[in-house]
Design a protein. Sequence first.
Length: 263
Amino acid sequence: MSNDAAPGAGVQSVDRALTILEHLARAGEVGISDLARDLGVHKSTAFRLVATLEQHGLVEQTEDRGKYRLGGGLLRLAGATTARLDVVQEARPIVRRLAQATGETINIAVLADGSALYVDQASGSSSIQSHNWVGQRIPLHATSNGKVLLSGLDPRAALAAAGKLTGYTDGTVTSRDRLAAELVEVRAVGYSVAVDELEVGLTAIAVPLHNMHGDVIASMSVSGPTFRLDAAARDAALGLLRAAADEVSARLGYHSAAGATSA
């Protein structure tokens, strides 16, 4: 097969696979013969497409052998999108309130394709013409949000997810051993501080947001100029940040051991 034909064949396969998913969504359970007829392909081709979808959990075989239905993998994918939307929806009023209380910029970030994706932001009274980070992806190893998100992963997976440790300033963590040590500390204390690591003059503090299972599904940060967020200011902001994050996590169904004990 020539190289020119391969891309078209690949696109056709994707189109057929998506057609199968749409057909199963409408019909519920469908056999290979019916799928092949509707696609206008040989049964062996339909079977290969379904087998590939089955490997990824997107379809599954029913008890009536030979018939297939949509698989749990689609729920996983849909759940990831729903969870992201839920975080923004539940956090938004709290993010706005926290921005007013601290006077600084508040961001919500989620893990996405080896980076931290900013999904919401609110600016405080001190953040004149703050940069809009929403929709932007930032490196995981050079930011407080990124380190909090990495801390929710298995240690080995976290280092792999961090990717190349590019240096942005003299303060950027570029050693994997150092990053691993920092993530151990983040897990222990429950927050991360990044001073002049992504940009000189920018400081941020981040804490995790948890779902009902206790997983770290997002991070919330307070950021501002380094000269304004000195040690004392960071300590004050951290208390407000933690309280806000606890409120968001509770809205998402999370009940911490500390919260259960105090109750």
